[in-house]
Each structure stands twice: as structure tokens, then as C-alpha cells.
Design a protein around this ligand. Structure first.
Ligand SMILES: Nc1nc2c(ncn2[C@@H]2O[C@H](COP(=O)(O)OP(=O)(O)OP(=O)(O)O)[C@@H](O)[C@H]2O)c(=O)[nH]1
Ligand SMILES: [Mg+2]
Length: 423
């Protein structure tokens, strides 16, 4: 089954906690801190696999989780880091953040880490400073990244065949490549994209993609067509096939303009892609009409090739011209990762917060940066709490609480943590 889109959930491994431990040895009076670091959580890595051609595997398994790292131990023993989870996808799979549609990666030749495992927590050896002679402080492990992604397969082809249904696209690919798609005299014979390799001898070749016929409204997502445009989205060149004979009662020039409109609606970029016009079914059309159509396209600056795909007439000339044109065009399009929008708490001047007093409780809120710090705090650990207190002081929260009239013994609530205010 051809599946070219899938939504999945990723959870990279959490890291292990750093250890709080002290060296104990006979005849050694006061051993130093020797808590090892936690192990790194497993990343989730995507790799292109040339043997895969669809995203069908992802229809049945939608949740992917990498293993957590091990906790650190005494004796400066670091916890073991977890192995990465490798996910194999067909070459040309574009990964987007489901929520925003932001492109995270285009999986072609190099593996890409999509969800990062947590960095190992620091053991208390790191906190052994002159002022902290007994460092009980150890950092908790961090959570691995968790996100929903959409996988979209965008086939890697040099040339894409586009046009109305039944104009002879599949017939053309079948006579110029080894691809053998279904050919029949009705609309939407082709239901899934087909790739064919066109060989010109002397090791020269290019890849052609046949997609289902496009219909009006396809670019806006109406009916069949839109979803297949993504498979010609990377193409360097489009072969726009028209039925010059108008054998189905339509006007080939009108057809051409309608399809181009659909391409521009899908994306400006695709609408501007170079095109060669292929006039098929010349056997059903008189010479004069063919010349009229040729003139129309040549006046617009296009190259026009009259062919009879069914008997491979004119196809050799077309293919040679396509090969020569491809040499002048840029390589197959790759999609760049789009940058993540900067999060507010990363900007130092925006260490903002708000204090609200509700039934005698002082609530600190609207401080996402603080939430991030609190995720690293171990509330059972005295030194960890001291560190937290320093953050509250340096950011001006304590001062603001005092200005709001807080008194010894009053309760402060910061997200999930409540504590008594002591001067
Ligand atoms: N007379 C004539 N008929 C042709 C020619 N080329 C293709 N056909 C016929 O046109 C019909 C449609 O051909 P297909 O290749 O299936 O057309 P398509 O564009 O792939 O159609 P969809 O997959 O439905 O979009 C078939 O009956 C072919 O035999 C040609 O040069 N002359
Ligand atoms: Mg077809």
C-alpha cells in the first residue's frame, strides 16, 4: 500500500540523575564527594533507507520512545548512556512539527537527530567548591525531548509529469523508462505516484515521476491531485502533458492554464518551475491544429514537443532535450530546516513574573523561564533548594514579594511548589 503521510509521536530518553555520594575508605578521615553523572537519554534519529518506498510502517506504530540513561553512582561512576533509537524512512521524507507545520528536517543522505535525549544529570563531584564543603547538591536528570511530528514523503525525481487525467502521462513514462504503470482509457487510472528511471546510454540517466491526473481545485485540496503535488515538489523540471486533439471535448490550452493555476495555488515555487510542453495524441489531430498550438506555446517562451506516446513517436527527441535541459538546472530541491522560534525565557531581560495574592497565599506566575529552572530542582535536597532560593533573589522575586507585603510564615506558591517565607 502506498502511504506518503503519517503522524507519529516521539519521546527521547530521559537522562539518569547525578549521584550524591561521598568517598569512604578506611583510614581516610573525610572523603570527598564522588557522585557520578547520570547517563544521557537515547536520542531519536531518522535515517534514509533506499529500500523503503512508502511510510506504510507508520500506520500501525505511532509512538516511538528511546530508552532513559542510567543514574550515576558513587565512586565517580557515571550511569550508562542509552542507545539511540534509529527510525528508518524512505529517502526524501520531510519531517515537520505537527503543531506548527515547521520543517524540522529533510531526510536524504545524512542521519538527523529529531528528538534529543536528556543530558546526564551532574553528580555532586561537580559541586565540590571551597564554599560547599559538603556538596549534597546533585542535578536531576533532564527530560528527553517529546514532540509530535508529521512525516511527508516527497519523492526524489528530476522530472515530473503533470496534466489532466487521461492525457497519456502513464503511456509516456512506460515507453521511455522501465516503469510499467497501468494505462487505460478512463480518468484516474493512476492512483499512486510511480517512479521510472530514463536511461540514455553512456551511464546517463534521470528519474521521472508519474502522478495521478490533476483536476481543478486540486491545489486548494479539492478532490484528488493536491496530495500528489508534493511528489513533484522537488522536481527540477516539469513535463506538462496535454491532449492536443481535445479528444475529450476540452481545449488543451485551457487545460494547460488551469493546471498551472493549480500549481501556483499549491506553491508559488512550484508554479514557477521550468516546464516543457508535451502535445500528445497527435495521431488524432490535424497538422494545422498542432502548429497552431505550437505557436501559442512558443510565443509564450515554452518549448513544445508533439508526440504520439502510444507508439513512442517523438519521444526520443523529447527525452534527449529533457536530458540536455537538466544539465543546466540546479539539483533536486532539498528542504531546509526552519529555525525554532526563540523562547522568551532565553532572553535575560525578560525574566519577567507576576505576583498575585489569593487568600493569603503569594502566587508567583507568568514566569516560564522559572519553570524551566524548577524542572532541574530536586525538592528533597537542601542544597538544591538553596540554589533555588538564590534564583528567587537574583531575579528580584523576593524583593517583589516583600513589596507586596509578605510576612514571615506566609505561604509562597510557585507553580507546583509551595513553601513558607522565612526572612
Ligand atoms: N490515440 C492516442 N491515444 C493515446 C496516446 N497515448 C496514450 N493514449 C491513450 O490514452 C488513454 C489514457 O492514457 P494514460 O497513459 O492512462 O493517461 P494518464 O494521463 O496516465 O491518465 P490518468 O492516470 O488517468 O491521469 C489510454 O487509453 C492510452 O492508450 C496517443 O499518442 N494517441
Ligand atoms: Mg496515469
Amino acid at each position: 500500500m502506498f502511504v506518503d503521510i503519517a503522524k507519529i509521536h516521539l519521546k527521547a530518553g530521559n537522562s539518569g540523575d547525578g549521584a550524591v555520594s561521598f568517598h569512604r575508605e578506611k583510614y581516610v578521615a573525610a572523603g570527598g564527594p564522588d557522585g557520578g553523572d547520570g547517563g544521557r537519554g537515547g536520542n531519536i534519529v531518522f535515517v534514509a533507507d533506499k529500500n523503503l518506498s512508502t511510510l506504510a510502517d507508520f500506520r500501525y506504530k505511532r509512538k516511538y520512545a528511546a530508552h532513559p540513561g542510567e543514574n550515576g553512582r558513587g565512586g565517580r561512576c557515571s550511569g550508562k548512556s542509552a542507545d539511540d533509537l534509529i527510525i528508518r524512512v524512505p529517502e526524501g521524507t520531510v519531517i515537520k512539527e505537527t503543531e506548527t507545520g515547521r520543517i524540522i528536517a529533510d531526510i536524504t543522505d545524512t542521519p538527523v537527530v529529531i528528538a534529543k535525549g536528556g543530558n546526564g544529570g551532574w553528580g555532586n563531584t561537580h559541586f565540590a567548591t571551597a564554599t560547599r564543603q559538603v556538596p549534597r547538591f546533585a542535578k536531576r536528570g533532564a527530560e528527553g525531548e517529546e514532540l509530535d511530528v508529521t512525516l511527508e514523503l516527497k519523492l526524489l525525481a528530476d522530472v515530473g509529469l503533470i496534466g489532466f487525467p487521461n492525457v497519456g502521462k502513464s503511456t509516456l513514462i512506460s515507453v521511455v523508462s522501465e516503469a510499467k504503470p497501468k494505462i487505460a482509457n478512463y480518468h484516474f487510472t493512476t492512483l499512486t505516484p510511480v517512479l521510472g528511471v530514463v536511461r540514455l546510454g553512456e551511464g546517463s540517466s534521470f528519474v521521472m515521476a508519474d502522478i495521478p491526473g490533476l483536476i481543478e481545485g486540486a491545489g486548494e485540496g479539492v478532490g484528488l491531485g493536491h496530495e500528489f503535488l508534493r511528489h513533484v515538489d522537488r522536481c527540477r523540471l516539469l513535463l506538462h502533458v496535454i491532449d492536443v486533439s481535445g479528444s475529450e471535448g476540452r481545449d488543451p490550452i485551457e487545460d494547460f492554464n488551469k493546471i498551472n493555476h493549480e500549481l501556483s495555488v499549491y506553491s508559488k515555487d512550484l508554479g514557477a518551475r521550468p516546464q516543457i510542453i508535451v502535445g500528445n495524441k497527435c495521431d488524432l489531430c490535424d497538422e494545422e491544429r498542432i502548429e497552431e498550438i505550437r505557436k501559442y506555446f512558443e510565443d509564450k517562451g515554452y518549448t513544445f514537443f508533439p508526440i504520439m506516446a502510444a507508439i513512442a513517436e517523438g519521444t526520443r527527441e523529447l527525452i534527449n532535450y529533457v536530458a540536455a535541459t537538466l544539465q543546466k538546472l540546479p539539483p533536486i530541491k532539498r528542504f531546509e530546516a526552519e529555525p525554532k522560534p526563540k523562547e522568551d525565557y532565553l532572553k535575560p531581560k525578560e525574566r519577567s513574573f507576576n505576583i498575585r495574592v489569593c487568600e493569603g497565599v503569594y502566587i508567583v506566575e507568568n514566569a516560564p523561564w522559572l519553570l524551566n529552572i524548577m524542572n532541574d530542582i530536586d525538592p528533597d535536597d537542601y542544597e538544591s533548594l538553596q540554589y533555588f532560593e538564590r534564583v528567587l533573589r537574583s531575579s528580584g522575586i523576593i524583593e517583589a514579594l516583600e513589596k507586596s507585603g509578605i510576612k514571615e510564615g506566609d505561604t509562597v506558591s510557585v507553580y507546583d511548589v509551595e513553601f513558607d517565607y522565612i526572612k
